[in-house]
Design a protein around this ligand. Sequence first.
Ligand code: NAG
Ligand code: NAG
Length: 257
Amino acid sequence: MNGPTQVLCVCTVVVSLWLVPLTVGRTTEDPTSLLNVCLRGLNHKEKPGPQDKLFDQCLPWQNHSCCTHETTKELHQGNMYNFNWNHCNQPMGDACRRHFVQDLCFYECSPNIGPWLVGVDMKIRKEKPLDMPLCQSECDHWWDDCKSELTCLDNWGKGFNWTGATNTCPMGKPCFSFAHMFRDAQTFCENVWDHSWKVVDDSKPCMKLLFAPSEGNPNNDVAQWKVNQMIANVAPAAPSSVRIAQFLVFCTLSFLL
Ligand SMILES: *[C@@H]1O[C@H](CO)[C@@H](O)[C@H](O)[C@H]1NC(C)=O
Ligand SMILES: *[C@@H]1O[C@H](CO)[C@@H](O)[C@H](O)[C@H]1NC(C)=O
């Protein structure tokens, strides 16, 4: 390769790397726009707001939610997204089920998911959270109430057989206890929904699945913390479009000279 070609190659690679963060998730040019938003999904409201009443375990989000009463009722009583919790032909115990319902309330209702959203192409949603910080204590309670339940997969976000009306265990995947399948609380919380959660120590900013609404939603602060971090990470630089334009000019000149 001669000089100009090498410069061009390097320039192309650098520009591509620069562009990558912009195409993952929502735009990061103004991180504050990630606060107080609803995930783009089948049941989510366009914007968070007050709701007359929310069903049972979803009640904490009533003052400011992305979910409707109908959605919260369905997720307690119906087969949300046709997902079968009892895919090992044994009904999931109530204590364990409550945690999955609480997690679903968070997923449907929380206005604090914005900073962790990444794009996906699915019928039920166009975005999903990735590596949201979940408090270790929340995860431990969830695990303690679920570890003797049965499942055939360690990641419920992929691998189920969806040929029929609901998910079934694929051939060659026998059922085991959660304790055997996931081994520990952290692996369970992080893997079961395909890395939506990342378990972190309670001393760090982390999400609570259940909270007393009278004291406000504690997860607002967690989203704000993440946005502050994003601002700190992008602040010193010019807007990325300007940086890319500058760099392209530099590349063109190097190539011509
Ligand atoms: C999926 O389920 C269908 C219908 O029950 C069955 O015919 C098929 O063999 C299953 N596929 C796998 C990979 O388990
Ligand atoms: C809603 O907000 C009001 C005032 O901020 C508070 O007193 C009330 O407890 C909250 N209720 C719920 C269910 O969030």
